[in-house]
Design a protein around this ligand. Sequence first.
Ligand SMILES: [Cu+2]
Length: 186
Amino acid sequence: MLLRRIRLLLPLALFAALTSCEYVRLLRPSVLKQLNPDVVRLVNELPAVDDPNGRVVARLFAHGGLSHATQGRDGVFRDVVTIPENQFIWRPAIIRMARGGELEIEVHNADQNLHAIFAPSIPERQAMMLPMHTAGRVRIRLDQPGLYWFGCPISNHAGRGMLGLIMVGGEVPPEAKLDRPRQRRP
Ligand SMILES: [Cu+2]
């Protein structure tokens, strides 16, 4: 008898727990509308990023989303980034390169403010000014796998959200890896 009652109550309890759970609210149409393909790509990519970096990336760059740079026949990776109006973000905020090499970023400033891009590169960082409603291209070289930051150096734009990230994939030589197992972080 008791067992039967539990059998009846358990699904009800589970249902109550689920519907009161915050995550279910993510399924509302108004929220789903905000999940544009760039953001979905970012969410899908996060499990591949190691723990501490994954958390930083998720916290700072979620609304700009992620895109995969495409590699042309000439071997150069290319991607297009937009600065939307009045948002002080890069969209996408994260560019994923499958491996090291050259990356050409086409930047469109759709905002009414002057912006600029400072991007890491070997041997020297590249910079480009972007007056309002203009576009331009920067070509950079990143040889090693890892996370590289780019940003807008004007006023406090980077602090307001104009920080972006280039994630370069690929393997590093064994001698460049840490010689200890993966550690648990607090
Ligand atoms: Cu700016």
